[in-house]
Design a protein around this ligand. Structure first.
Ligand code: MAN
Length: 349
């Protein structure tokens, strides 16, 4: 259904230098994707780590007042410190991330061999981005490319909107969803006269992490919220679900591939079709995952057993270049077709 590229991993930490001496690139993951001119561009999340110090655990954060990335530290033997998840440190119930991410472009002519740009496209710049900018999605609406990304800090997990016309300069439009939010994917055109997005308000014991739909007159103010897809107990999507790349308009409805985690936190990919006029209404969804961790680079990395998809490019002939992050460490790709994904969403494969 989805054929992994022989060239995988497409991008890995060794392919890029840290933004300053002494830092280490820990991960290059979860790429957004777009066709721009003759090239396919990936907007990759690059996570950097502070150098280790004896007796301490260190973390990198952006200090907006001083306008630079700084190193924070905790004593390794502090009984209040919990380092059990490689993605973050918990200190007295507060979380900091073990790596600080920025967003970096990588370019390719064939969709398989990518080269990183020498400098970041979007680097933390505000107090809301102290722990990084993560997991972008790119949607072309009219002649502008809109980028949504997660901004993480001690103020919470928020979603920011940015835009570009040339992938050289990027304009930030500020936070569009307050905490706790992730996984915002914009639809490529207005529906019933309004912009539409998927979003993912964070879980609490009352509401698990579900995909929601919202409408906006201007891409800034979002309303008419509806819950669209919820985790299903006892299945491969028991833990959480979140939107993938931007939805694709097809005669059968809006097609989208999304991520889901099971109760053990294993991330896989599903597909669904929703109503063209009312995308908050799902028409059909896959009963089984269409893509799941199998390759070595998906099973082992920073976070094991994880495929996370937020970027694709659709060719005129119906070929889909499907991009994903594997085990929170590298970027990988697979090929499929529009017809196959529609059939998969209808459980016909
Ligand atoms: C969350 C996000 C992703 C990450 C997965 C797995 O959904 O933070 O960036 O890939 O968790 O760790």
């Amino acid at each position: 259904m989805l054929q992994r590229l022989e060239e995988n991993p497409l991008l890995r930490p060794g392919d890029i230098s840290p933004t300053r001496q002494g830092l280490e690139v820990l991960c290059t993951l979860n790429p957004a994707a777009v066709r721009f001119g003759e090239e396919i561009l990936l907007l990759v999340r690059v996570g950097e780590k502070a150098p280790e110090e004896p007796g301490s655990v260190t973390y990198l954060y952006y200090d907006a007042e001083d306008g630079e990335a700084k190193i924070g530290r905790y004593a390794k033997d502090d009984p209040d410190l919990d380092c059990s998840d490689p993605r973050w440190y918990l200190y007295q119930g507060r979380k900091v991330l073990s790596s600080m991410s920025h967003l970096r472009l990588a370019r390719s002519r064939d969709g398989k061999n990518f080269t990183f740009d020498p400098a970041p496209a979007i680097f933390p710049a505000t107090p809301y981005e102290a722990y990084g900018c993560e997991d972008a999605r790119i949607t072309k609406i009219d002649n502008t490319y809109y980028i949504t990304y997660t901004a993480v800090s001690g103020r919470g997990v928020t979603v920011t909107l940015a835009s570009t016309r040339d992938f050289v300069t990027f304009e930030r439009h500020g936070i569009i969803f307050p905490p706790f939010q992730k996984d915002v994917a914009l639809f490529p055109e207005k529906v019933r006269g309004m912009y539409v997005c998927r979003h993912r308000p964070f879980m609490s014991q009352l509401n698990p992490a579900c995909i929601w739909t919202a409408y906006s007159p201007d891409l800034h103010c979002w309303g008419y919220h509806e819950q669209t897809l919820a985790p299903q107990p006892g299945t491969w999507q028991a833990g959480r679900v979140g939107a993938g790349a931007n939805p694709i308009k097809t005669p059968d409805g809006w097609l989208e591939m999304y991520h889901a985690a099971d109760a053990q936190g294993r991330y896989a990919i599903g597909a669904m079709l929703s109503d063209l006029e009312h995308p908050e209404r799902i028409l059909t969804e896959t009963r089984e995952p269409i893509f799941q961790p199998e390759a070595e680079y998906e099973l082992k990395g920073v976070y094991q057993n994880c495929v996370f998809h937020n970027g694709l490019v659709l060719d005129d002939d119906g070929v889909i270049h499907f991009y994903y992050g594997a085990a929170d460490r590298i970027c990988a790709g697979a090929l499929t077709t529009l017809d196959e994904m529609i059939a998969a969403a209808k459980n016909e494969l």
